[in-house]
Design a protein around this ligand. Structure first.
Ligand SMILES: Cc1cc2nc3c(=O)[nH]c(=O)nc-3n(C[C@H](O)[C@H](O)[C@H](O)COP(=O)(O)O)c2cc1C
Length: 220
């Protein structure tokens, strides 16, 4: 197996970890190379323009092509872009100010990101009661949709990040987005052009060997 260039490190708690060299991140030379090196983009690196109409369709197609036990389709997607996204950003700001009276909206409010990132796909989890398929399996499937969006967008050379934040749990925000009683937000997936002029870096990753056991039957 080809070893990738990595910087090795140990955390204060003694856990081993590593970062890949920036130049080998998001290597699209093969599907496995890409999966070994993929990396989300920090929102600061994501900007205009957003994906075009064809790219958006491909993204949504991949989001709906994820493992789904029982063909429950336990997810749906809300696209925020252009003027409606700007209106949503204003709503987020007003809601944050109502929740934090007397405070100026700062980084925590995140409305500036909503106002700036060209495309946000809200992945809505719509898990429901089923005699054989537990809700948590349906939540996992919604997570897989978020991951598919990030993976596909990054493979297209775009910048993408999966986020939640206070907005994902706020009832007013959920109502404004049209969520129904049993629906929850699995993620806001931020997508846009990747600013290639900025230096990239990896995030500390654990070694799979430290997380994996090869099971053997108990002796005797
Ligand atoms: C459910 C979920 C919610 C997340 N919410 C946030 C968030 O609100 N803000 C944030 O900075 N990262 C958030 N992250 C982390 C990023 O999506 C991501 O893990 C990080 O940027 C590194 O990603 P990478 O492994 O693709 O490089 C969230 C991840 C998950 C799985």
């Amino acid at each position: 197996m080809k070893e990738l260039p990595r910087k090795h490190m140990t955390s204060r708690r003694g856990r081993r970890g590593f970062e890949l060299a920036p130049e080998c991140l998001n290597d699209t030379s093969s599907i496995t190379a890409f999966l070994r090196t993929r990396r989300s983009a920090e929102p600061a690196l994501i900007g205009a323009p957003g994906p075009d109409a064809e790219q958006l369709e491909i993204l949504l197609e991949t989001a709906a092509r994820v493992p789904d036990h029982g063909k429950m389709e336990p997810w749906r997607f809300i696209v925020l872009r252009d003027a409606p996204r700007e209106a949503f950003a204003r709503m987020v700001k007003a809601r944050w100010m109502a929740l934090n009276p007397g405070e100026e909206p700062d980084k925590r409010a995140q409305y500036d990101l909503i106002a700036r990132i060209p495309l946000i796909i809200v992945v809505v989890s719509r898990a429901r009661a089923h005699p054989k398929i537990p809700r948590w399996e349906q939540y996992l499937s919604a997570g897989a949709s978020c991951m598919a969006l990030v993976t596909a967008a990054t493979a297209m050379g775009l910048g993408a990040q999966w986020r939640s934040s206070w907005m994902a749990e706020d009832e007013e925000i959920m109502r404004a987005l049209g969520l129904e009683e049993e629906e929850t937000i699995a993620g806001f997936v931020f997508i846009g052009a990747l600013d290639e002029s900025q230096p990239r870096s990896d995030r500390r990753r654990p070694y799979w060997r430290d997380l994996t056991t090869f099971w053997e039957p108990p002796a005797g």
